[in-house]
Design a protein around this ligand. Structure first.
Ligand SMILES: [Zn+2]
Length: 301
């Protein structure tokens, strides 16, 4: 699709806002708390039960997981990642404004789009970029315009994702959930076009799960497109994204968790590290980029 994912990200970042572009030029700094150093009992029980609080992404979906993904897939399964609400800006279903804008009076990250869509775009790009660096067959798709009224128009996320899923690929949208009581929490809403896969299961293990028929089968899942809610756009997660000092690290941590879950679901050996915790403190003295594998090509762009 595009030869260089790093360049793609740089172009998108530059197009979004100068602030994001500048953030991309900051050195990548990560607080790494590798999975193996975390308390396995905590991970196995408290941290992964429905409704548990994740230090980075907040509450996991407390809803019942009434499905299990057992279908194995090829390690070379082509993956398509998309930004939620990419074709519904300015109309119904444009995504959450986030707590900062909706409740606390902050300015939107970018005029004309919801803060959720803004972060969906940033994270979908980061996941595609990091996934390629780790050798996954992963592409990013963005509709040509931000508003397409007909959900079955051939250029919508749903249509392109449906075609990708029908061709034995894995298609999913990145989302952030609503703040406050109308949001549920992080988790995967699995695609419904065929038996649930190991990729579905792996993403659900990492982020939590929604019931298979959540909200009477949403438009994306019934077309074969998974919805991955990374977390409610509120509190510490949103603050970490908005703060230029922690933004790049937060994006990287989230993308790393998604890519690692994809690797596991594909039956590959995870090549990065999935930090179990993120600190709100600067990462001075605890930076260990080599543990993440090859450095991000987008980090200096
Ligand atoms: Zn959404």
């Amino acid at each position: 699709m595009v030869a260089r994912a790093g360049l793609l990200t740089a172009v998108l970042m530059a197009a979004l806002t100068p602030g994001v572009a500048n953030a991309q030029q900051r050195p990548v700094s990560l607080v790494l708390t590798p999975r193996q150093t975390a308390d396995p009992t905590l991970l196995a029980t408290e941290a992964r039960v429905p409704g548990a609080i994740d230090p980075l992404t907040g509450v996991r979906s407390p809803m019942r997981k009434d499905w299990i993904g057992l279908r194995t897939v090829s390690p070379n399964t082509p993956i398509l990642v998309m930004a939620g609400h990419a074709d519904s800006q300015g109309i119904a279903g444009s995504g959450t404004s986030g707590e900062a804008v909706g409740l606390l009076g902050a300015a939107p990250m970018m005029r004309g789009i919801t803060d959720e869509h803004y972060w969906n775009l940033v994270l979908a790009h980061a996941v595609a970029t990091l996934g390629r660096e780790r050798g996954l067959r992963i592409d990013f798709y963005k509709p040509p315009v931000r508003t397409i009224v007909d959900p079955d128009h051939p250029g919508t996320n749903w249509s392109v994702g449906r075609d990708h899923a029908q061709a034995d690929g894995y298609a999913f949208e990145i989302h952030f959930d609503a703040y406050g009581p109308s949001g549920v929490g992080s988790g995967l809403i699995p695609p419904l076009h065929r038996p649930f896969s190991r990729i579905d299961e792996s993403l659900a293990q990492e982020f939590g799960a929604y019931p298979m028929n959540f909200r009477d089968r949403l438009g994306a899942p019934k077309r074969g497109v998974a919805i991955l809610e990374l977390g409610k756009l509120e509190g510490r997660l949103e603050a970490s994204l908005r703060d230029p000092a922690t933004r790049q690290r937060t994006i990287r941590l989230l993308a790393d968790r998604v890519v690692t879950a994809l690797e596991i679901g594909l039956g590959r050996r995870p090549t990065g590290s999935t930090p179990a915790q993120v600190s709100s403190q600067p990462a001075a003295g605890r930076i260990a980029p080599p543990a993440l594998g090859r450095p991000a090509s987008s980090a200096g762009e």
